[in-house]
Design a protein around this ligand. Structure first.
Ligand SMILES: [Cu+2]
Length: 363
């Protein structure tokens, strides 16, 4: 309701302004007939100058109002170690650009009003000023260089090699979802081969590599708090982007060009639920590249657990290896590795009934 009233008010104000403009224009026409004196600009030149100032004031007021009232929406709580650094860099860049933005707008619209045509005013001939040129070249150059160098320094830190003890997870974006693969008991992700990708083997686990026989898939990205998490990122069809604002992470998922991102989560999902007062809060993994018509539905859940909870979850999940869930893929395992694969994948104790169901589901 309020929105409708605001929209109506804006429309009415615009209508009044337009009518006022029309009236002054018509009055001009009538006056001109009486007084044919030459003027290089229209009569409402002064009024247009005032409009410029009003526009400047309304624009800056709106900008400040929305920046402050919506600050919580785009300034989500930080949940990773490097997030603090990213936030800091972002704030500095923001303040610098806000200052420049407001200053240039004041000059742009203020000068439009200040130097509007008046009969008595005369333009000064002022073609060049070396000092001014130096000031507005050197100061922006220094500020921009400093912003870029400090950003680059942190970027190199953040994207440097992941620590040895990182939890490795493979994240693959595809139209339109995410697939998560964990390295299993051996904590070593197996190779992949894009030719192995099919409806079930979403990431193309290469059955010829022993390391992959105990890998397991997960429906959400589960990670431990306080430990480095190393995401190995791939794209299956088009470019997607792994993005989560709370961790301040974003990395493109590019087909044929694996990327990575490592970070340390500092706030568990449970803690964030408490902090935000929202018992249904979940960290979201969203795609930040417009990747097709189903792009909006690429929402994954990230759950951050305490280390001991994570260990329990991992221990339970590692029982459900990909091969155990889909034993018909054993046929793709080389003959000499088959027995070992059955053992690491935990296939020995699979029941006949399960075998039949999985075999049927593959048709
Ligand atoms: Cu996408």
């Amino acid at each position: 309701m309020l929105t409708i009233i605001v929209v109506l008010a804006v429309v009415l104000i615009l209508a009044v302004l337009f009518t006022a403009y029309r009236v002054t224009a018509l009055v001009d026409v009538v006056k001109k007939k009486k007084n044919q004196a030459y003027s290089p600009v229209s009569k409402n030149n002064g009024l247009q100058g005032v409009y410029m100032v009003l526009f400047l004031i309304a624009g800056i007021a709106g900008f400040l109002y929305f920046s402050i009232s919506e600050a919580d929406v785009y300034n989500l709580p930080i949940a990773s170690e490097h997030g603090v650094i990213v936030e800091n860099l972002f704030s500095i860049t923001m303040w610098v650009t806000v200052f420049v933005f407001i200053a240039t707008q004041i000059f742009l619209f203020g000068f439009g009003w200040r130097y509007r045509y008046r009969k008595e005013s005369k333009a000064a001939y002022y073609p060049h000023n070396n000092t001014l040129e130096l000031i507005w070249t050197i100061i922006p150059a220094i500020v921009l260089a400093w912003l870029i160098i400090s950003g680059l320094k942190q970027w190199n830190n953040i994207t440097g090699p992941a620590p040895e003890d990182s939890e490795v997870v493979e994240v693959m974006g595809y139209q339109y979802a995410w697939a998560f693969r964990y390295p299993g008991k051996d904590k070593e992700l197996g190779d992949y081969d894009f030719r192995m990708i099919d409806a079930i083997n979403a990431v193309g686990i290469d059955m010829e590599d022993q390391n992959g026989h105990d890998d397991f898939m997960a429906t959400q990205l589960v990670i431990p708090k306080g430990k480095p998490v190393h995401l190995q990122i791939r794209g299956r069809d088009v470019i997607h982007s792994v993005y989560n604002p709370h961790f301040r992470i974003q990395m493109n998922a590019v087909p044929g060009m694996p990327t990575r991102f490592w970070f340390i989560p500092t706030v568990s999902t449970a803690e964030m639920r408490e902090q935000t007062g929202n018992s249904e809060f979940n960290y979201e993994l969203v795609c930040n590249k417009i990747c097709g018509k189903g792009h909006y539905s690429m929402k994954g859940i990230i759950t951050v657990l305490e280390q001991d909870e994570y260990d329990t979850w991992y221990r339970e999940s590692q029982q459900n290896t990909f091969l155990k869930q889909n034993p018909n893929y054993l046929s793709k395992v080389p003959e000499h590795l088959k027995e070992a694969a059955k053992i690491v994948a935990g296939i020995e104790n699979i029941t006949e009934k399960q075998k039949v169901t999985t075999a049927l589901s593959s048709f």
